[in-house]
Design a protein around this ligand. Structure first.
Ligand SMILES: [Mn+2]
Length: 318
């Protein structure tokens, strides 16, 4: 698989790299890092990384615009994205000559002329780094920093499931071969606005916890405005509510009035939650999922479904 993918990179002059909407450091690190990797090894290629991102991720690199690009002879990479509707910036992948999917989410849509999907890999950054080393490609500092950022972020600093000996081996080689300033990267990923920290305090104080071990909170537009008016905060905060004895799974529902939707961020330390979110047009990993609802009509249903999943889990583990 990794050899075949390299052959396709060598074959195509124009390469476009896409990833999921609501980009996180793994999505950005893998797409921007793959671009650096290709250009460092094949300087004559034309490579574009597309989509939009929140301003807090500007430090990861610049994105490209392909509005005026003829893609009929281009190779498209879709990274870190299990379903077609979540690809950022592309409505029809069939406009491209050849499509390669690389992902570590469980498959939702099968697509791609090549589909390299490994749900047990910690991150797509880890997969691309593995791809690079397996093919003896040069991994220079620019790419190395992006891969490091994505792996650190998707593993929660080597804390979550799927942080394996392979993760540490790849990181060890990366840090041996590249002088990268890891503390600078950590502070870029983990420095937070006071508003966000205070919003987390509000959530911790006011979250509802059911007798089945499901914790949730609904953030109104008023609350969002009170704490800095940034609807990307909950997506970050949700990762920090782990390891509470009374809570097996937890969710934050956020009214995003500007974009006319309700964002749902869910995490779990046991019960599989992704199936519930898939039923409402979302999805993700077994223990980390989300959805974007076009209105609030299903909020109660999602709360009930997730509570049931926790009930089942708590009964099985009593
Ligand atoms: Mn990822």
């Amino acid at each position: 698989m990794k050899k075949e993918i390299l052959k396709k990179i060598e074959e195509f002059d124009t390469i476009v790299i896409a990833r999921h909407i609501g980009a996180d450091p793994d999505a950005l690190g893998s797409s921007l890092g793959l671009k650096d990797l290709i250009l460092d090894n094949y300087p004559k290629k034309k490579v574009y990384t597309i989509g939009v991102y929140a301003s807090k991720f500007k430090f990861m690199g610049k994105l490209d615009n392909i509005d005026n690009l003829d893609v009929s002879n281009a190779l498209l990479f879709v990274l870190d994205t299990p379903n077609l509707i979540r690809i950022d910036g592309i409505t029809n992948i069939n406009e491209f000559k050849y499509v390669i999917k690389i992902d570590h989410h469980p498959t939702i849509d099968k697509f791609g002329d090549i589909s390299w999907v490994e749900p047990e890999e910690s991150s797509v950054c880890q997969m691309i780094l593995d791809f690079a080393y397996s093919n003896n490609l040069k991994v220079k500092k620019d790419a190395a920093e992006k891969f490091f950022t994505g792996i650190v972020s998707d593993t929660g600093r080597f804390l979550y499931d799927y942080t394996t000996p392979k993760t540490y081996e790849l990181i060890a080689r990366l840090l041996t071969e590249n002088k990268i300033n890891t503390s600078d990267i950590y502070s870029k990923i983990y420095s937070r606005d006071l508003d966000e920290v205070r919003l987390q305090g509000y959530i911790e104080e006011n979250m509802t916890v059911t007798k089945n071990g499901f914790g949730y909170i609904i953030l109104t537009d008023e609350m969002i405005k009170k704490y800095g008016d940034d609807t990307s905060y909950p997506g970050d905060i949700v990762n920090n509510l782990n390891n509470i004895n009374e809570v097996y799974a937890w969710a934050i529902f956020t009214y995003d009035v500007k974009n006319n939707l309700v964002k749902v961020n869910v995490r779990s330390r046991g019960p599989v939650i992704s199936k519930v979110l898939e039923n409402y047009g979302g999805g993700g990993h077994a223990l980390a999922s989300g959805a974007r609802l076009k209105d609030d009509s299903n909020v109660k249903n999602i709360i009930n479904d997730l509570d049931k999943v926790c009930e089942k889990y708590s009964k099985a583990n009593e």
